[in-house]
Design a protein around this ligand. Sequence first.
Ligand SMILES: C[S@@+](CC[C@H](N)C(=O)[O-])C[C@H]1O[C@@H](n2cnc3c(N)ncnc32)[C@H](O)[C@@H]1O
Length: 229
Amino acid sequence: MEEKTLKREFSENKVKDSYAKVAWFYDFWALLTESKAARKVIELASIKDGESILEVAVGTGQLLKELLKRNPNGTNTGTELSPGMLSRAKKRVSKLGLDNYTLETGNAYRLPFEDNSFDLLVNNFMLDLLPEEDFEKVLSEFYRVLKPSGRLVTSTMAFGQRWYNKFWHWVAKRFPGLLTGCRPVSIVSYLEKVGFSVEEVQQLSQNTFPAEVIRAMKPDEKYSFVVRH
Ligand SMILES: C[S@@+](CC[C@H](N)C(=O)[O-])C[C@H]1O[C@@H](n2cnc3c(N)ncnc32)[C@H](O)[C@@H]1O
């Protein structure tokens, strides 16, 4: 049976307010429920040192720190909507003593970057906060800023395959504020709609919390072709 995605509305101020409130304990929450997916994101990203990498919605910078460690000779850029989360990310990565990164506030709906700029775009647990009507818009922005043959690695809260995963759907429905609006989503069809080629989809569960990690590629125009019926 197809599961319905719960409705959400996007408001910049609401996101900023919610994450200002949870920033202080976000790392603990992520350790219990999202760290397994974050490790899978790093694995599927297959980073080659020297690449240009963008992370959208860096949060408190846990994943960004791992990206920087693996790409010391490349260029690394991070954006984040919530100043409360971003200041924690800045503090965390400044301890690495690297200078090959820029970290600024920014909105995934309108990324301030040229077309075809990045080899890799990483986005962890953000799309599951947005209205389903906006998935295509935001994924098109990801597509636009990636170079041809560039990779997108993204994770979201998922519906899950086990009975106990359903608990989180119930929480998201009954108490949306507890999860700052996060709810199970399925984005594969949206990725394909905007032109990505979906290469790998992995379902995970950590302490019953269900997630999906996806690697997709922006096809190289030289080699892609359209089949017309
Ligand atoms: C669940 S947290 C994940 C943080 C981080 N990616 C991680 O995995 O630890 C979601 C993050 O997305 C950010 N966010 C939400 N909407 C955004 C948008 N439109 N543009 C950029 N960041 C956004 C929030 O401020 C928050 O920091």
